[in-house]
Design a protein around this ligand. Structure first.
Ligand code: AMP
Ligand code: ZN
Ligand code: FE
Ligand code: FE
Length: 293
């Protein structure tokens, strides 16, 4: 691996998953793949866990900068039933007690929910095994993509996308988990010195989204940015997010939301500008700083 010139980083991907949650590359493989994809900066943002941080840092190739983060499962309770939201959090203190406790609670809830989904599938005669799914998740945060993988192995669906259809995990076998109230999550991330950015806020293809008024309130509560360039946003949705961020003075990010073979998107498929990246780093006050290989 040849070190890159020490100019300002230009290829910046701030949202990726490893086997610490529902990605298919280990944290070490992820950072190597990020370097191979020509990235200067990659953020590891597994769902509700920081377990991938240390192995990713240890394997960091020369010239690559690692931003340690997480994607926190949140809920907006302003409507019934609440709307699920994903909050990216960067450079926070992983040992900040109140945040660490909330993340542990959500991870535990993922296990209960996963087992419940399997029970519902089995009650309909669908032969999937919780033990097998849990084993395949290998200690990482268990997510619906792990169950989707089991449905694919059983030959019941062909792709992850199909497994998220209404007949399967998208509706019929949908079970809520115990997510964090989104205002509490923003507050805790800031208290832990981190920088909170709302992931794919207009991804209507994933389900219900929140109104812009809620994003205004979140900005007042400490939200730092919005992810605009994302695979699940149409060009019009990306423009809408960018305009809203401009209006509110929020940082705009773009990222791949890479999940290895659980999704088709490639590392660096969408990127964040150096200016936006610098703003995120400048706002970070956690004990953890940027790690460089
Ligand atoms: P969970 O956090 O367990 O509820 O699973 C959510 C994850 O499933 C997301 O982070 C995506 O990786 C994936 N996902 C959600 N909706 C879809 C979809 N419609 N198609 C494919 N993957 C999806
Ligand atoms: Zn995921
Ligand atoms: Fe997400
Ligand atoms: Fe994600």
């Amino acid at each position: 691996m040849t070190p890159r010139p020490s100019s300002a980083p230009s290829r910046i991907d701030l949202h990726t998953h490893s086997t610490a949650s529902d990605g298919t590359l280990t944290p070490a493989e992820l950072v190597r793949a990020a370097a191979d994809a020509g990235l200067d900066v990659v953020a590891i943002t597994d769902h509700d866990t920081t377990a991938g941080w240390e192995p990713a840092r240890r394997a960091l190739p020369p010239g690559l900068t690692l931003i340690r983060g997480a994607e926190i499962s949140c809920l907006w309770n302003g409507v019934r039933p609440g709307v699920s939201l994903h909050l990216l959090a960067y450079l926070f203190d992983p040992d900040f007690p109140a945040l660490a406790a909330e993340l542990a609670r959500v991870r535990a809830s993922r296990e209960v929910r996963g087992e419940r989904i399997v029970e519902l599938l089995r009650a309909d005669g669908i032969e999937v095994s919780w033990t097998e799914i849990h084993t395949a998740a290998a200690g990482g945060s268990v997510g619906r993509p792990h169950i989707a993988a089991a449905l694919i192995r059983a030959g019941l669906v062909a792709t992850t996308t199909e497994a998220f259809g209404p007949q399967w995990l998208g509706n019929r076998y949908r079970v809520a988990k115990d997510d964090i109230d989104v205002f509490r999550a923003v507050e805790l991330v800031r208290a832990a010195g981190g920088v909170p950015v709302l992931a794919h806020p207009r991804a209507t293809r994933r389900g219900r989204i929140v109104p812009d008024e809620l994003i205004v309130e979140l900005a007042e509560a400490g939200l730092a940015g919005l992810e605009a360039d994302h695979e699940d946003h149409s060009p019009a949705e990306r423009e809408h997010v960018r305009a809203l961020a401009d209006r509110l003075g929020l940082i705009v990010t773009g990222s791949s939301d890479f999940h290895g073979t659980h999704k088709t998107v490639r590392l660096g498929a969408h990127t964040t500008s150096p200016q936006a990246y610098e703003r995120i780093v400048a706002q970070a006050g956690g004990v953890t700083s940027v790690a460089s290989g």
